[in-house]
Design a protein around this ligand. Structure first.
Ligand code: SF4
Length: 363
């Protein structure tokens, strides 16, 4: 298949792997921020093919997984309201919160709808003028511009029953939080490709500048990831710390200015609550005052009650890179994709789901 096969070429992959094996003389622990990378690394067997000196750890780059229980509980409480329709992307519906999941609330009569874009949610709002339609704004810098665009469109079309629950999060501050905590020692970061198409590779310059750590931005095909690892190994062995772009077909140094301007127009930066990290300063987005009428949290202040974490679930540790999914006692026993205990087993970008699906527990 054109444009895909080129990035899955076995001969090129073998050459890159041979170069990585030859170069990686010292132990090197790398974190892939993005859950999409975790899935690709395990799906294509990259983790198993790397030399023993190179270890990859998954990070907090799954938006569904890092959504705090309190936010999920709010969404569940909203879905139980008679005059509210909750619209969400698919994975979120199965994540168990303190009082069950959105799927369970739907089974009890709540109106929860899976949408494939914010435009679908706007259409639902137009078709149901007597109800409030709340779109769950869960995602990183990649998703947030489409949500900003939906609010601007709602304003332009006068759709006043469309609301957004804004749980958007920013990736560089979360990376900082992990590094500042000092819980995991890293030699480099595989930068999130999709996020970086928006924020630009220069957004990661703080890693070499402030932490003496390299970052290689990667796409999601095997050769993209191997090339990023190859660059990180090369920089580490040569004692250099820089930002490298191994995803040049999508990422520029400055990123997508149009998307950045749209984000700045609709949102402002705020503290955010991350599963596994807690409150991280300036790591989230909230709607600006001038768009407060579209902010579900302000328009529909529902109390979800006390928050409970799932007993035994180690998703927080997994999201900080402090635990490999197979080391969670519930992995494959009490927790499977069919019966997930935590979000990391639910989401298509969840690390536990990746290890479950692709046998990544084999070190
Ligand atoms: S295996 Fe299940 S319970 Fe354990 S950390 Fe992963 S999602 Fe949570």
């Amino acid at each position: 298949m054109r444009f895909v096969d080129e990035f899955r070429d076995p001969a090129l992959a073998s050459r890159l792997l041979a170069r990585i094996r030859a170069r990686a003389r010292h132990p090197l622990r790398l974190m892939e921020f993005c859950g999409g990378h975790t899935h690709a690394i395990l799906r294509y067997g990259i983790r198993q093919m790397l030399p023993e000196t190179v270890q990859t750890l998954s990070g907090p780059g799954c938006p569904v997984c890092v959504t705090a229980n309190r936010d999920l509980d709010y969404a569940v409480a909203l879905a139980a309201q008679r005059d509210v329709i909750v619209a969400t992307f698919g994975d979120m519906i199965r994540v168990p919160g303190s009082n069950g999941s959105l799927q369970e609330t739907k089974a009890r009569g709540g109106d929860v709808r899976i949408v494939y874009s914010t435009l679908d949610a706007l259409q639902i709002a137009k078709a149901n003028p007597a109800k409030r339609v709340v779109f769950l704004g869960v995602g990183f810098e990649t998703t947030a511009p489409t949500v900003a665009a939906s609010i601007l469109q709602a304003e332009a079309e006068g759709i006043d029953n469309y609301l957004v629950f804004c749980a958007h999060k920013l990736t560089p501050p979360a990376t900082r939080a992990i590094l500042d905590a000092g819980e995991v020692r890293l030699a480099g970061v595989i930068g999130p490709g999709h996020v970086t198409t928006i924020i630009g590779a220069e957004a990661w310059a703080f890693l070499p500048r402030e932490y003496g750590m390299s970052c290689a931005v990667a796409g999601f095909e095997p050769l993209d990831i191997l090339r990023a690892i190859d660059l990180l190994v090369e920089m580490a062995e040569e004692g250099r710390a820089e930002v490298a772009n191994a995803y040049g077909r999508g990422v520029t140094p400055q990123g997508n200015r149009v998307a950045q301007e749209m984000l700045a127009r609709v949102f402002c930066v705020a503290d955010a609550d991350w599963r596994g990290l807690g409150i991280v300063p300036a790591s989230g987005l909230q709607l600006r005052e001038e768009y407060a009428r579209y902010d579900a949290a302000r328009v529909l202040p529902v109390d979800p009650g006390p928050t409970r974490e799932h007993r035994g679930c180690r998703c927080g540790d997994v999201l900080r890179g402090a635990l490999l999914p197979p080391d969670c006692p519930l992995f494959r026993h009490a927790c499977t994709p069919a019966h997930p205990v935590g979000p990391c087993m639910v989401s298509a970008e969840g690390a536990c789901a990746a290890y479950y699906l692709y046998g990544g527990e084999i070190a």
